[in-house]
Design a protein around this ligand. Sequence first.
Ligand code: KG4
Ligand code: ZN
Length: 503
Amino acid sequence: MSVTVRTMTPADLDAALAIEHESFPAPWSRGMFADELTRPGRIWLAAVDDTGALVGYGGVMRVAEEVHLMNLAVAAGCRRTGVARALLGELRTRAATAGGRHLTLEVRERNESARALYAAEGMIVTGRRPGYYETGEDALIMGADLPAVAVGQPGPAAGPPVAAADAGRELVLAIETSCDETAAAVMRGGAELLSSVVASQVDFHSRFGGVVPEIASRKHTEAIVGVVDAALEQAGVSLADLDALAVTHGPGLIGALVVGVAYAKGLALATGLPLVGVNHLEGHIFANVLDDPTVGPPLIALVVSGGHTSLIHVPEWGVYRTLGETLDDAAGEAFDKVAKVLGLGYPGGPVISRLAEEGDPAAIDFPRAMLRSGDYRFSLSGLKTAVINHVRHEREAGREIHAPDLAASFQAAVVDVQVAKTVRAAREHGVAVVCLAGGVAANPSLRESLRAALAAEGIRLSVPPFALCTDNAAMIAAAGTWRFRRGERLGLDAEAVSDLRLG
Ligand code: KG4
Ligand code: ZN
């Protein structure tokens, strides 16, 4: 039997009362259940089989760090099939994510199967309540610490998710709003992309030569409902078909992230669907897997976007060791600033790389900052200044700027350093594959130079498809599915974190 655990709703009450009556000598009344479901600090979950029929339920009450199991029952015909364990596991994860630290419960001394279940889940007897039950029986008090979860962070790895029988087919809706694209995607089984909708705000920002945070949050708010609806419609699914929601909860512009996170939390609350938080940079790295599922750790990732330039060692999925980052501007930011100086608009990357194709990369000898620094750090603001100074100098001298040569020479200076450091990191860590990620991964010169340099060392380069280099929600769905399978959850009290770290 495949069992799915979801939030319990008043619609479950009839079926729950039937199970309650067959399970306990003094069953709860409908009024007690109905009241419980609406109270703050409660988590009530329903377990349903593949026909959608209720086979069990359980609820906890949380007061600050203390969590108490109030009720847990499984339909008579479905006992000893893992339903109680699935319910308890998800209750513990959700309670921990909401801030709970310690779980207690009472169990009938003579209910040996229940005691065995709780003992197998690591709960120990901590006390006794004499004559607790209406029959005069004693209750044993059992307790256990909940897994440590920082509030607002993804939950712990809690073994396989509850819908284990559906593993490989999970339907996930992902939302991404960390910068200037409002994006939503629907994915099946972590790889099969059913839809990917990206509403770009570029035209609003381009007139200011860069992303204006206030405009970004406003535009996300206007776009998100339509983008999510379009992603569901294009995938041919409804909210009721989904198994989980994933959302980028950092890093990025705080006002932009908040829109996606708040919307996803609202959806999770309304639908009872589990919510998973994804780090935007992890999403960019996962974009590589979408085209080629054989790509996997150990690997080195070069994440180059409008906000980041980082070399990351990934010994296994979920473990990210940042080897070095930019000390000042990000690579994409440098492209954008140089384009602005040349009056080429925003974003600068695509237009500079197109111009560069017709230019001579050796025309101007721009600095290769930190090329020989012996570490994995980058610095791009000096290069930007060198380009600005060159432009000013040429204009003052009355000479015309040859934009293709300038673009090609600037791009070569960026690419040379990125390639040298990435190859050295791959060699030093003995990996067989390097993943290029982030918006600048769309740069053809970087792709080709890196591919050639790595090939000379027998190392493979993986690049995402062009459409998945810049921000999108397909990559968030891929990373989110992986985190969902690990049992990780984002609490409904979680907040967006603008400087969220990887790993
Ligand atoms: O990943 P992304 O969409 O957003 C962030 O997370 O920052 O990256 C956007 C950045 C912009 O700075 C843009 O100029 C740059 O990626 N970019 C490129 C190219 N296409 C986009 N940079 C260089 N060459 C390109 N072809
Ligand atoms: Zn990005």
